[in-house]
Design a protein. Structure first.
Length: 153
């Protein structure tokens, strides 16, 4: 060995295995996570907006586009729905004539296809009940179903 040569020794940790481990963890979390936006809201093709000059009256014949609200309230441990001026009902899913489904099917035959159904739940109404009412509206062949914003108290 010559007198002018200096030896350099790398004394720090070897970073290659560390980078490999970090890349494996990064790939694992990327594959395990979802980059899509969660479905927090039901999509609806009808905005809940005013239509000037239209009434809220119903008739036995087809009427022009009107807005009809389905109010959902929580009474004790059950959800009660009020719609079309009928008596409130807690029966949201059966096919009985006095149920909400029966009422929606009856009104579907009487109203125009342009009618807007606005589902307006109270803040305490469970999400599953809102979905049940939405499904009932779609099952009754209403084409324009929207949701009123929930007023926070």
């Amino acid at each position: 060995m010559s007198h002018g040569m200096k030896k350099f020794a790398h004394t720090g940790p070897n970073m290659t295995p560390m980078v490999d481990v970090v890349m494996c963890i990064l790939i694992f979390f990327m594959l395990g996570s979802s980059f899509s936006i969660p479905d927090l809201y039901l999509s609806s093709n009808t905005p809940a907006v005013e239509k000037a000059g239209l009434s809220n009256s119903t008739a036995t014949e087809s009427t022009p586009a009107v807005r009809n609200y389905i109010q959902l309230k929580r009474l004790g441990d059950e959800t009660v729905a009020s719609a079309f001026g009928a008596a409130p009902t807690a029966d949201l899913v059966t096919d009985a004539p006095s149920s909400l489904v029966g009422l929606l099917r009856t009104k579907s035959g009487q109203l125009s296809k342009d009618v807007q159904i606005i589902i307006a739940p109270e803040p305490r109404v469970p999400y599953k009940d809102v979905i049940a009412v939405y499904d009932a509206c779609i099952g009754a062949h209403f084409e324009h179903v929207a949701f009123a914003p929930v007023a926070m108290h």
